[in-house]
Design a protein around this ligand. Sequence first.
Ligand SMILES: NC(=O)c1ccc[n+]([C@@H]2O[C@H](COP(=O)([O-])OP(=O)(O)OC[C@H]3O[C@@H](n4cnc5c(N)ncnc54)[C@H](OP(=O)(O)O)[C@@H]3O)[C@@H](O)[C@H]2O)c1
Length: 250
Amino acid sequence: MNLLILGATGGTGRALVEQALEQGHIVTAFARDPSKVRTTHPDLRIAKGDILDYGSVQAALRGQDAVLSAVGIRVRVGPLIAIVILCQVIARFTGLIGPAGWLVRIGVPLLALLVLYRRTTMLSEGTKNIVRAMERVGVKRFVCESSLGIGDSKGQLGLLYNYALIPILLRNIFADKEAQEKLIKESKLDWVIVRPAVLTNGPRTRVYRSGFDAADKSIQAKISRADVADFMLGQLTDDVYLSKTPGVSY
Ligand SMILES: NC(=O)c1ccc[n+]([C@@H]2O[C@H](COP(=O)([O-])OP(=O)(O)OC[C@H]3O[C@@H](n4cnc5c(N)ncnc54)[C@H](OP(=O)(O)O)[C@@H]3O)[C@@H](O)[C@H]2O)c1
C-alpha cells in the first residue's frame, strides 16, 4: 500500500515508518523538518509539511491508500522543575518573606505552569485539515493514535495520571484530543482511533492486549511505541475495530 505517515519524526512515528517499510509498503513520511527523518530506504519518500497547513497535507495525500497519524505534542517537565527549584533557591538566599516570598515560591511556579501547559488546539485544528483533505482527495482509511484516558476510557491510565498528570500537566492536551476524536468520528472516513496506554521505548513484542473493556483494571497501563506501531499497521487491513476506539496495553 501507499502510506502517508504523519508525525513520522516522533517516537511512534519512527516505529511506524520502519515497520511499514519492513512490511513492503511504499511510505511517505510527513515531517515539519525532513532532516529529522533518519531512515533511508528505496521505498521511503519524505513530504515536508505541517498538519496546520492544509495545502501541505492535501499535496502529501495524492496517490496514497491510507493515512496513519502519530502526531502529538511533546510534554516537557524539565523547564517547570527548573523554574520551581530556581524560585525556591532565590526565595531562600534572598531571605524573602511575606507576600514577596509567597509570590516567588508559589506565584511564579504557578504562572509558569499556566504558560507552559496552556490551551492548545493544534491536534484538533490539524485533524480538521487531515479529514477535509482525505475526504477531498478520496483517501478513506485513517488510523490515528490518541490515548487511553480519552472518552469512555477515562481513568484507565492509573492513579498518577488520573489524579496528578492529567489534571495538572495534560489537561489542555487531553481536551484537544477529545476534540480531535470527535472530528474523526464525525467524518466520512474509514477510521480507527487507537488509544494506547503510557508509551515506553521498549521493543516490539507483538504480545499485547487490545479492545479491552473501559472498566478493565487488569491492564498494565503501558505499551511500547513499537507495539503500538505494530497494532496500528494491523488496522490498515483488519476491520474488527473499524469506527471504533480500541485501547492497547500490556
Ligand atoms: N507519551 C505517552 O505516554 C502517551 C500515551 C498515550 C498516547 N500518547 C500519544 O501518542 C502520540 C504519539 O506519541 P509519541 O510520544 O510517540 O510522539 P512524539 O515523540 O511526541 O512525536 C510527535 C510527532 O508529532 C509531530 N508534530 C507535532 N506537531 C506537528 C504539526 N503541527 N504538524 C506535523 N507534525 C507535527 C512531531 O514533529 P516534530 O519532530 O517536528 O516535533 C513528532 O513527529 C501522541 O499523540 C501522544 O499524545 C502518548
